[in-house]
Design a protein around this ligand. Structure first.
Ligand SMILES: *Cc1c(COP(=O)(O)O)cnc(C)c1O
Length: 359
């Protein structure tokens, strides 16, 4: 007899024993997690490896930020606060806004003035966040957010937070990879901005291995954009610049943790230029049917460059996290696509066939 189907319950209920929640925690969820792990025929062929893409744009607000936000907002609701605040390059604000209103809390989001993708701005506005544009970059937003939390009755829901709630939620993506593949991959590749996610995955892989759920640990490979590569360069970047707005960060809050993850796992971190990021974004869409935002293509660009440099041995299992949905930032994608041939026809099948060269 077939088992009754069970709907995915969101990361807190699916992975409760691994998370900092108690029976008293009110679970604020939108059914996040349980995202597709899709084989990439393109990248597998190019590398001679078995390459899988973890599609985090399939989360409820279109990025992996939802995994951590369900935990952070549930705990904020449990603590009885009324206002949550975050600094954001865009996706954190969209996620914080959605989860906060669902819990009946007021979201305040701090974004760099004029520097966030239109889709993300629209999300924060439509979810009903109080949107504050800070005259500065992401790092300045985070400073302001921390200042507010020190002096006023608001709770910070950034992954920089000492409480670790966001990272705890985000580590569930590593659990899902192991649950799907039956073990950890040889290499796990991620884009790196504030460096919370790479830290969280490493935590997740270690916890699962320690509990006997996997036999091995992956090497963690991180990639930054060339104009925002403080960890690669070993120095803060005061004016980070890249088309990949979600990783336009000059002083990552989880810098030391990320370096520890790279060292402990025998991994590596490198930088990729914007043109390679946009080419990877286009390739992933046109070859594999996966449309991601520019920051999410950084891992793909990194893998391709590593292969060119002879750093990818064939026969390995590789997972790349693509962090956010392509519809978040259509302006960048369309301008990268350049002039698109305009086909205009009368409402007639034969004329359309002629225009398409089908006849
Ligand atoms: C937040 C974000 C990142 C960077 O993650 P960090 O944890 O800051 O390193 C990458 N891609 C997207 C789409 C994001 O929203």
């Amino acid at each position: 007899m077939a088992e009754a189907p069970r709907p995915w319950r969101g990361v807190i209920e699916e992975y409760r024993q691994w998370l900092p929640v108690t029976p008293e925690t009110p679970v604020v969820t939108l059914g996040e997690g349980g995202t597709p792990l899709v084989p990439s025929a393109w990248l597998s062929e190019v590398t001679g490896c078995s390459v899988w893409v973890k599609v985090e744009g399939s989360n409820p607000t279109g990025s992996f930020k939802d995994r951590g936000m369900t935990v952070a907002v549930s705990r904020a609701a449990q603590a009885g606060v009324k206002v949550v605040v975050c600094a954001s390059t865009g996706n954190t604000s969209a996620s914080a806004a959605a989860y906060a209103v669902r819990a009946g809390l007021s979201p305040v989001v701090l974004v760099p003035e004029g520097r966030i993708a239109a889709g993300k701005l629209a999300q924060a506005i439509v979810y009903g966040a109080r949107l504050v544009q800070v005259q500065g970059n992401f790092d300045d937003c985070l400073k302001v957010a921390r200042g507010l939390c020190e002096r006023y009755p608001v709770v910070l829901v950034n992954s920089a937070n000492e409480d670790g709630f966001r990272l705890a939620g985000q580590k569930t993506a590593a659990f899902e990879v192991v649950d799907s593949l039956g073990d950890a991959p040889d290499i796990h590749i991620l884009p790196v901005g504030n460096a919370g996610n790479i830290t969280a995955y490493w935590l997740g892989y270690q916890e699962y291995a320690a509990a006997g759920r996997s036999r091995r640990l992956p090497r963690m490979w991180g990639f930054q954009a060339e104009g925002a590569a403080p960890i690669v360069r070993g120095a803060q970047v005061s004016q980070p610049e890249t088309v990949a707005t979600a990783i336009r960060v000059g002083n990552p809050a989880r810098w030391q943790d990320a370096v520890a993850a790279l060292e402990e796992s025998g991994g590596r971190i490198d930088a990729v230029p914007d043109d390679a990021i946009l080419a990877a974004q286009a390739g992933l869409a046109a070859r594999d049917g996966i449309f991601v935002e520019p920051a999410s293509a950084v891992g793909v660009a990194g893998l391709l460059r590593a292969r060119e440099a002879g750093l990818v041995d064939p026969g390995q299992t590789i997972v790349i996290t693509v962090t956010g949905h392509g519809l978040k930032d259509v302006e960048t994608a369309l301008s990268a696509a350049g002039e698109v041939e305009k086909v205009v026809v009368p409402p007639d099948a034969e004329a359309t066939a002629r225009a398409l060269g089908l006849d």
